[in-house]
Design a binder for this molecule. Structure first.
Ligand code: HY3
Length: 357
């Protein structure tokens, strides 16, 4: 007789970006701090991440949010983010997905018209304000951890694209950010494949050519994502961007591996990082709304509230505001006879084929 493991998840999207939210998972994630718990997930829960995000249960654009008890008693819950590239300390869209799921299922104490929450993450506490009416989270605004520019206009050497100036910036994760025009691209849905391709090259080259480490948490030391940005023709919008998430290993010598998946949302951590770069250039003052549009036309609104110091870096304190919608209440199953307990990827949709059993 075969047996099943069952995993309950609430599927949500934040301005188009899907996040599979795990609440009450009963996972014993060990660690005195969220930074230690993130490391525990990396060491012990990667099978679960792959099972949920890959085929046949997941798809390349899918992310996830693991809701945990907070390590800091000042917080309401702890958050560890699951992406195709690995576990992550923070994510704007996934935080909005988690808050939407928690509020709308009554898993946190909800008050209308505003529910205030504090989220414990591996990079610090994040204060959240959810606008709630009729039991629904209509809008989620969060005050992110400090964002800062590590380098502006650093020139990367890229195969095919040549020498391209980039910003290396932190907004809850480390980003390499480049202008679309410098890659011969525009940020439009019709260019999705070319944007994903360029994003994969930029991230891999940045990882090889520009080591990073967060001054307060040196274990956060990976350029996780690429942002490609440009102007927007939409009235009232400050700029358009897409973030490229890896969904398989990339080899700069093998163009067949230059793939990834585009963030369907305007990317919360990426927008914070982008605002930090603009502020460092004197192009975005404090208290000025920055409306960032995704490749599918959804928006997050960011604002810089103040400045701060993070180790040697001049930082800014950003807020991001956006909306989430529940798309499903699901129970995923792993049968112990299933030949793919870690899921799998196939090169038609993904960066690489991986069918480890
Ligand atoms: O909003 C964000 O921050 C993210 N969306 C998917 C990739 C990033 O984590």
């Amino acid at each position: 007789m075969s047996t099943y493991s069952r995993i309950h998840a609430i599927d949500v999207h934040a301005e188009g970006e899907p996040g599979r939210v795990l609440i009450g998972s009963h996972l014993h994630v060990k660690g005195a701090t969220m930074a230690e718990r993130l490391q525990y997930c990396e060491k012990h829960l990667d099978d679960l991440r792959r099972l949920l995000l890959r085929e046949p249960r997941g798809y390349p654009a899918l992310c996830g949010a693991l809701v945990l008890p907070p390590a800091d008693p000042a917080a309401d819950f702890g958050l560890v983010v699951l992406e195709q590239g690995g576990f992550r300390p923070m994510s704007g869209s996934n935080l909005i997905c988690a808050v939407t799921a928690l509020v709308e299922t009554g898993a946190v104490t909800v008050s209308e018209p505003v529910t205030d929450l504090t989220v414990d993450t591996a990079v610090g506490l994040v204060r959240v304000r959810a606008e709630v009416s009729g039991g629904r989270a209509r809008r989620v605004t969060f005050a992110n951890v400090p964002a800062f520019a590590v380098a502006l206009d650093h020139v990367l050497d890229l195969p095919e694209y040549g020498r391209v100036p980039v910003d290396i910036v932190f907004g809850g994760q480390f980003f390499v950010q480049a202008r679309a025009a410098d890659l011969g691209l525009v940020v439009e849905p019709g260019a999705a494949k070319q944007l994903a391709r360029a994003g994969a090259v930029l991230r891999t080259a940045a990882q090889q050519q520009f080591p990073v480490a967060h001054p307060l948490n040196p274990d956060i030391n990976e350029i996780a994502l690429t942002m490609i940005h440009g102007p927007s023709p939409t009235p009232g919008v400050s700029g358009r961007n897409t973030v490229v998430l890896p969904n398989g290993p990339v080899d700069l010598a093998d163009p067949a591996t230059w793939t990834g998946s585009l963030d369907r949302s305007p990317c919360g951590t990426g927008t914070c990082a982008r605002m930090a770069a603009l502020h460092a250039r004197g192009e975005l003052p404090l208290n000025t709304p920055f409306v960032h549009e995704s490749v599918i036309g959804t928006t997050f609104t960011g604002t810089l509230l103040d400045t701060a110091q993070v180790g040697p870096y001049q930082a800014v304190l950003p807020t991001i505001s956006g909306r989430g919608w529940i798309t499903g209440f699901n129970q995923y199953v792993l049968d112990d006879t299933d030949p793919f307990p870690y899921g799998y990827t196939l090169g038609d949709l993904w960066g690489a084929t991986e069918q480890e059993r």
